[in-house]
Every structure is written in C-alpha cells, then in structure tokens.
Design a binder for this molecule. Structure first.
Ligand SMILES: [Zn+2]
Length: 731
C-alpha cells in the first residue's frame, strides 16, 4: 500500500492517507454507518483529548500502562490522547440531565482517531500509534436488556464483515484492558496477524489463545480438533455492565423513581486496520487486491496510447466511461488512466499492481471489424473480451439492476403493507377482545335486568290475581247489596268502558305495528293483556249472573205455573167439582187437620171453602139427624104395616135430598167407605135391627158406585197434589 499510492508513512507509526486510501476508507465507513443506523445507533463526535481526571477516577490512568498517551497542559492539567472513549462518553451521560428509563436503550457511536503509544509500531496500518476507529457505546436499564443490545450489535458486526466479503472468524475474546463480563473478537486470519487463534474443525468454535490457552480439546464440543491459526483483530465487543457507570455516576431514573446505574456495552471496529487487513488477506505478493466493497475504484479504463494505431478508437473509452459512470452499480466508481503518453501495457501493469477489481483495456481488439474491449476481472483472475456493444450489455445489466431495485422497493412496500396489516390485525384482535369483554359484561347486566324484570312480572301477576280476587269480591258484595240487575247494569257500563279502551287500543294497533323490542309497545301489550284478562273476568261474572237470572226466570215461571195451577185447583175446588162436601171434609180432617203442626199453609180461598164445608157438614148432620128420626118413625110404622126395602128408603132419602133442593147441583156419591160409615151410622142408630137384612145390590147401582169411587180417588189425588204444590211454593 505504501508503494501503490494508498498511504505514505508520516513518522514511525503514523501515516498519510492518500486519495485512493481515503476513497476506500470512506466506502468502508459508509458500510459501517449503514449497519450502525440499522440498530438505531446515533453518530456523534467526542474530543480526542480526554481529561486525565476521568481516567484516574476509573483507575485506568494507572492500569493502562505505558501505551496510554498522556500529556499535560500549561496549567498542569493531565490529558489522555484517547485510545478508547469509555470515560468520556460515560461522563457525558453522567453530566446530562437525568435519564429516564423511557430514554433507554441509548446507542451512540463515533468514527475518530485513536492513539496508542506502541513500543514497536509495525505492519503499516495494522499497528500504528494513531488509527481510525468506529466505537459504539450502549446504555440499557438492565443486564438482560444490555445482553439483548449486545446480540443486536454482534449481528450488525456480522453483517458488516459479510458485506466486505473477506473471510473472517469470530472468537471468544479477552476483555483485557477494557474489562466486562462478555467479549467477542472479529479476526481476519492473516499470516502477519499477531494473535493466535484456536478454531475447532468440528463445530467452528473459535477462541483467542489468551482466553482458552493451548488446549487441543474444544471447550464447546469437547473434540480434540482445535487448530491454530494466526489472526488480526479488527473488531471487538464488550459487555461492560456497570464497570464505568458506577464510578462515573451515570444513572437513569427507574419506573419507581429511584436512580440506578446504566448497564453499558462498548463495541469497536478498527477501520484503518480493517482496510489494511482485508487487503492483506486478499493480496498477492506483488499485487494488491481490494474487496469490491471498498476498492478505491471498481473499474479502471485504459484508453489507447496517444499517437498509436489504436488511438483512432479513443472515443470508445470516453463513451464507455460516460456509460459506466452514469450507471447505478459503477456511479462515481470508474477511473480512467489518462496517462496516455504511456503504453497500454505499462498502465495495465500498474493497474494490476494497484488492484482495481475490473480493468478495461481499449486496445488493438477495439480496432477490429468487430470491436472488442479486453476486460480483466482481478478478483476472479480471469480475462474476458467484451464486444463494443458492451454499452448495451451495461444497459441490460443496468435494467436488471433497476428491476432488482424495483423488486426490492416492492418487497419493502410489501413488508410495510404486511406490517400495517399486522398492526391492523392486532388492533382488530384487541378490538374483538374488548368487544368480547363488553358483551360478557352486557350479558351479565342483561341477565340481572331480566331476573329483576321476571320478579317484577311475577309481582305484577300476583297483583293481577289479587285485583281479580278483589274484583270478584266487589261484584259479590255489590250483588248482595244491590241485587243482580243493578250489578249487571254496572258491569255492562264497565264492559262498555272496556270496549272503548279496547277499540282505542286497536286503533293504535292499526296505526303502529307493535315492535317487540320497544319498551312502550311491550308496556302497551302488557296493558292490553291485562285489559283482556279483566274483560274475561267480567264476561265470566256476567255469564254467572245471567245464569242466575235465567234460573230466577225459570223459578219465576215455575212459580207462575204453580200459582196458575193453584188457582185452577181452587177453581176446580170452588167450581163445584167437589160435590160431596162431607167426603171432602173427611179427607181434609184426615190429611190437613194437623196442618198447623205440619206447617202446611192452606190458601185463604181453600180455608174459606173449608169453613163452608164445615158449615155444610153441620147442616148435613142436622139433616141426617132429621132423617134418622124419620127412619125410626118409618121403621116403627113398617114393623107394623109391612116390610119395606132398604133401597126404597135410600131412594126416598135420595129423592128427599134432591127434592129438598139443599144441594141443587150435587148428587149423592156413595163409596164403599162412605157406605160403610153410613151403615155404621145406620147400625149405630138402628141398633141390632139392621142385621136382619142381607141386601142384594143390583149391577146397575154397583157400576154407578164404582164410577163414583174412581171420581173420589181422582179428587183425593188432585187435592194431595195441590197441598204438595202449596208446600213447595211456600218453601
Ligand atoms: Zn468444537
């Protein structure tokens, strides 16, 4: 690098970085910046001179040893030309306004020169007194969070070294002077490396021999396959914990309001060393080789020598430059070696020594009928001939690149879209969870309300039953007090009112459909139902009352019938149907004499009749007495004169009766009973005289007697009926 115009030594261990070197370094810094920003690290710049007091506070002023560059200013204040910036950045955090736990994690990095007072600086940029470093410092709330940060940074470091495309190894590191609990080293395995690494050929576990000694057994897989290889350390990561934050007082405010020291990590990449080590790793003994990622120029075009035969196609090199320079992959990355006073061969030799990855020669082949460029791919060590249409080729490649870029953009958009979608789904899920909870609460509330409503309805039902009972009682009382007709009238009035209410309700029904979910409608329906119930009750009571009325009417009719029949009976009695008053009186004497005791009420007209009949009986008895007397006189005469037939006497008495006209409309009815009585009477009056006669009764008279007996039985039956009906009526 020293003789290829990349760097120039300034003094022992210090170097000028020439334009090609600076170009390469800036490309490397760009890669590092991109990855640092990818993990949210912010770039800042700390002073190279650090107060010696800080180093004394952490104790490193004494422990860092003679490699620490120290100096003193005119006021006798000590300073350190920082080899690393843990003290400075921790002091920055400690002196800032109190950090909140919400401000963490915090990741800060810088790209600055570092200094080390090497005893024997050597290997150019690999070990100098001044070197460029990227150093990152991280601050977290807990050790766990700091470990997460540590893993994120290691991941970013892997990305950086993969992008450089130079084989590297990552091994367990020695915390060394920096300190801390966990450490990893990134090495380029080069022969000039001063570190000795042990790499397991089984599981790729690697460690610095400073860490694991020279054991041949792998600490990870326990196989005895640890192989030695030299390496040069280009990156180092440290999990520091509170080694610096505690002594320098860098703390943050926890959620509970108490301060706590921040958990730190520090991470370095030696940039100038990485540059040198990568080139060292790729280069040939007499030619440099650059990784494509940070070669000073990717393409070097060598146009024809001035005045040569090929100079006629010089314009092709200009066209090629323009095309490449404006194309995406080679933008600002094409060099034209315009030292055209030199032969192509000399310049190609120089270009190969410098190691541009692609060298394009516009030479002899470009002058042929089918013009060709000679292309040297140094990294793959091949030579190609590309036709003049390389521009088209480049365009094609460019289009391909554009296409890929478009694809990348699309993928980014897709990713963005999916992230948005995911967040929407999360929101939706939260919404659904909320909704579910709300529904659960709602159902619980609804159940409570429904139970209350059910109790209410039960209460209302009880009330209705109570009301109904009261209503029935009221009707009953009303009936008892005012009689059936008044009750009916009142009930009919009520019914009319109910009908009115009902028709009004029906009108409402016509106007509005009943909505089962509407509270008012439900209430209305309830009211209607209540009215219906009351109406049904009313109907029932009305019907009962009507039944009673019917029964009353029937009773009245029956009564009238009875009265009529009684009147008829009386008329029958008074109408001269009964002609034998004696017999009637006898019957009454037998059946009705104790009428008072039997509580038999005899209608007034019957009583009159009875009195009449008694009068008649008295009269008849008197007549009988007269007749007896006459008979005795006649008998006395007959004993003397002749023996007259009893029947002639009877006929005489008969004619006597009718002739006398005392009962003008009556005829003497003889029955066996009355005949017996008559005989008895006659016997009683006549003494032993009558036994002398055994009368022979003519058939004509017998049939007459029979008719009269039947007539009498009929009358007896009729009278008993009348008496029974009278009793019934009375009751
Ligand atoms: Zn192993």
């Amino acid at each position: 690098m020293l003789d290829r115009g990349i760097i120039r030594q300034a003094s022992t261990g210090t170097f000028y970085l020439l334009p090609l070197g600076q170009r390469a370094l800036q490309k490397l810094i760009k890669i590092v910046d991109k990855e640092m920003q990818g993990i949210g690290a912010q770039k800042l710049l700390l002073p190279l001179l650090t107060s010696g007091e800080l180093w004394k506070t952490t104790g490193r002023w004494d422990t860092a040893g003679p490699e620490l560059f120290t100096l003193r200013d005119r006021h006798d204040r000590d300073y350190v030309l920082s080899p690393t910036h843990e003290e400075a950045i921790t002091e920055l955090i400690a002196s800032s306004p109190q950090l909140s736990h919400r401000s963490l994690p915090l990741r800060l990095y810088q790209v600055t020169s570092k200094f080390r007072d090497e005893m024997k600086p050597r290997s150019g940029l690999l070990r100098g007194k001044e070197f460029l470093m990227k150093d990152l410092y991280t601050f977290d709330t807990t050790l766990q969070a700091a470990e997460e940060t540590y893993n994120a940074v290691c991941n970013a470091y892997d990305n950086i070294f993969r992008r450089i495309e130079v084989g590297y190894v990552k091994v367990m590191g020695d915390p060394g002077m920096i300190g801390g609990s966990l450490s990893h080293e990134y090495h380029y395995p080069v022969n000039v490396g001063e570190d000795q690494l042990l790499i397991c050929q089984e599981c790729n576990y690697g460690a610095n021999t400073e860490v694991c000694g020279n054991s041949e057994e792998c600490p990870q897989c326990k196989q005895p396959h640890m192989g030695h290889c030299p390496g040069i350390e280009v990156g180092h990561t440290f999990l520091l914990g509170t080694k610096y934050s505690t002594p320098l007082g860098a703390s943050y405010m926890k959620a509970d309001g108490k301060p706590s020291p921040v958990q730190m990590g520090c991470y370095g990449i030696g940039l100038t060393r990485t540059l040198a080590a990568a080139v060292e790793s790729l280069s040939l003994p007499d030619e440099l080789r650059w990784p494509l990622a940070f070669a000073p120029f990717s393409v070097c075009i060598i146009p024809p020598k001035d005045g040569s035969k090929e100079s006629s196609v010089s314009h092709l090199s200009e066209h090629l430059y323009e095309s490449l320079h404006s194309s995406t992959p080679f933008e600002d990355d094409v060099l034209v070696d315009d030292r055209s006073q030199w032969t192509i061969g000399r310049r190609l030799f120089e270009a190969k020594k410098t190691g541009y990855p692609f060298i394009v020669v516009v030479g002899k082949k470009a002058t042929e009928v089918e013009p060709l460029f000679e292309v040297y791919d140094l990294l793959q060590n091949i030579q190609l001939d590309l036709c003049h249409s390389i521009e088209e080729e480049i365009k094609r490649v460019e289009e391909g690149t554009l296409e890929l870029q478009q694809k990348a953009v699309d993928l980014d958009k897709e990713k963005e879209r999916k992230l948005v979608d995911l967040s929407h789904k999360k929101a939706q899920s939260e919404f659904l969870t909320n909704k579910e909870n709300m529904l659960k609460a709602l159902i619980a509330e609804a159940n409570t309300t429904l139970k209350k409503e059910k109790d209410n309805l039960a209460q209302q039902q009880d009330n209705i039953f109570l009301k109904r009972g009261k209503f029935c009682n009221t009707v009953r009382e009303f009936v008892e007090e005012h009689g059936i007709v008044a009750t009916l009238k009142k009930l009919q009035l009520k019914k009319q009112e109910a009908d009115k209410t009902r028709s009004a309700t029906e009108d409402v029904d016509d106007l509005y459909d009943i909505d089962e979910n509407n509270e008012e409608d439900i209430e209305l329906t309830e009211m209607k139902r209540e009215v219906d119930t009351l109406e049904t009750d009313l109907k029932e009571v009305t019907m009962q009352l009507e039944n009673r009325e019917e029964r009353q009417k029937a009773a009245n009719k029956e009564r009238e019938q009875l009265l009529k029949e009684t009147t008829e009976g009386e008329e029958f009695v008074s109408g001269g149907m009964i002609q034998d008053h004696t017999l009637a009186i006898d019957w009454i004497a037998d059946n009705v004499a104790d009428s008072a005791d039997k509580s038999v009420l005899i209608p007034a007209r019957l009583q009159e009749k009875l009195l009449q009949l008694r009068e008649d009986k008295k009269l008849l008895n008197q007549q009988c007495a007269v007749l007896d007397k006459q008979q005795q006189q006649q008998a006395a005469q007959t004993q003397i004169i002749s023996k007259p037939s009893i029947y002639e006497n009877l006929e005489e008495s008969q004619s006597f009766g009718s002739n006398k006209g005392q009962q003008p409309n009556s005829t003497i009815v003889t029955t066996p009973k009355s005949s017996k009585k008559l005989n008895k009477r006659v016997r009683g009056k006549r003494g032993g005289l009558s036994k002398c006669f055994v009368p022979k009764v003519p058939s004509k008279i017998l049939s007459k007697i029979k008719i009269r007996e039947e007539h009498k039985a009929q009358l007896e039956q009729d009278i008993s009926n009348i008496v029974r009906q009278a009793n019934k009526l009375h009751h």
